[in-house]
Design a protein around this ligand. Structure first.
Ligand SMILES: Nc1ncnc2c1ncn2[C@@H]1O[C@H](COP(=O)(O)OP(=O)(O)OP(=O)(O)O)[C@@H](O)[C@H]1O
Ligand SMILES: [Mg+2]
Length: 379
């Protein structure tokens, strides 16, 4: 296969390199009957190379969410970062060209131009963004058609192709400018299951080649086969770190936990909690690294543990005693963001999920043992 794709360089020094980062995004639509809050405080991070599916009922906000990422629509407030660019701040002039180079977009109904041939449809984004020399564009379009196994249909009009073939053309078109990210809104929604399967297989190949792919789908079977699924309900998305920290909660419980959790930010090196003070809150790290600092008999304090995104603290005290068992500080190298859930609210959640209570209790016991052994106390 002649087609070459840009491979993102691995950068060992930068940990948190989300290629897509939605921060506290809200979208209100003005309607005849007042404002409609279609996205509510949505936080979503997607790392380069991930294959993510977005699922949720009709009207839950999936397309609205994709439109925020592609810049087809703007958030009412909040920030949308894609491949290092603040999409929320781009003006219309710059948006179209930026989008053409950075995103491949695939729609449910293909949206190929009916009056021009398949190969010309694929060349169009290259012409628009002037990404490849004129004399290379046709060859590249042909290579892309080979990739989607449609080379022999290059000179037909799109309408002469089946639905599945048209969708594969649309995918080839989305790849024309070699964007790092491909966004697809129900790309298989209009296809029979066998054809849907071949389109899905094509996405899998692209992920293997280093692309980041986000698809909206109604097909929970397909969603399960992506790396990660984000479930959206009434414009709200479960915080992924809450899900990571308490994976045994049901979707509704995760949504409840996401709602009650309060975001807190700390500068690099800042003290978050001091040992011995009263404990009343459970914390989930969402950004940066926190250090667990313990005193040792006749020695200086020690950083016993470093906790990154998805890790928790404050769970020992919930189960064991109400005074903090260690000091917690943001590491010197990065600012820290955590989600805070009060013990009352945590208790309410755990009352609904015995298995989550057990898992957290087990973790608290393990950490408590480690805590004691660091202090030189045998547990
Ligand atoms: N331009 C608009 N003006 C007013 N309301 C809108 C607009 N676009 C979407 N909405 C409303 O926002 C909500 C979310 O719509 P959205 O299209 O994002 O849903 P969806 O999850 O993609 O649904 P589906 O699965 O049916 O495609 C819906 O209640 C919809 O009616
Ligand atoms: Mg939709």
């Amino acid at each position: 296969m002649a087609i070459s794709f840009f491979k993102p360089k691995a950068d060992e020094n930068v940990e948190d390199r989300a290629i897509i980062d939605l921060r506290d995004v809200n979208k209100n639509y003005k309607t005849a009957v007042g404002d409609y809050h279609a996205l509510k405080n949505v936080d979503l991070k997607i790392e380069a190379g991930e294959f993510v599916s977005i699922i949720g009922k009709s009207g839950s906000g999936k397309t609205t969410l994709l439109n925020m990422i592609t810049g087809i629509d703007r958030p009412t407030n909040g920030e949308v970062w894609v491949n290092g660019t603040g999409v929320h701040g781009l003006n219309e002039n710059r948006m179209a060209r930026w989008r053409g180079k950075n995103l491949g977009i695939v729609f449910q109904f293909f949206q190929l131009l009916p009056m021009i041939s398949v190969i010309e449809n694929i060349m169009l984004p290259m012409d628009f963004c002037r990404t490849y020399p004129i004399n290379e564009r046709r060859k590249r379009a042909m290579d892309l058609l080979e990739l989607v196994e449609l080379a022999e249909h290059a000179h037909k009009l799109p309408t002469a192709l089946s639905g599945g073939q048209q969708q594969r053309v649309a995918i080839a078109r989305a790849l024309a400018n070699d964007p790092p990210v491909v966004i697809a809104d129900e790309p298989t929604g209009n296809l029979d299951s066998k054809t849907a399967e071949s389109v899905f297989a094509l996405f899998n190949d692209l992920v293997a080649k280093g692309k980041t792919i986000i698809i909206v789908t109604h097909d929970s079977g397909l969603a399960k086969r992506t790396h990660r699924t984000a479930l959206i309900a009434d414009g709200e998305i479960v915080n992924e770190f809450v899900a990571k920290a308490m994976p045994t909660l049901t979707h509704n419980q995760l949504l409840q936990a996401t709602k009650v959790a309060q975001k807190m930010n700390f500068n690099a090196g800042a003290m978050i909690l001091s040992e011995g003070t009263n404990a009343d809150t459970f914390y989930i790290v969402t950004e940066g690294t926190v250090e667990v600092i313990l005193p040792r008999p006749n020695q200086s304090d020690v950083v016993a543990l470093q906790l990154g995104p998805g890790k928790v603290f404050g769970e020992i005290e919930f189960f064991h005693e109400s005074k903090h068992r260690a000091s917690i500080r943001a590491s010197e190298s990065t600012p820290v963001e955590v989600l805070a859930i009060g013990y009352d609210q945590l208790a309410e959640l755990l009352n609904q999920s015995e298995v989550t209570r057990e898992a957290l209790h087990h973790l608290a016991n393990k950490h408590n043992g480690e805590n004691l052994s660091w202090r030189g106390v045998s547990s």
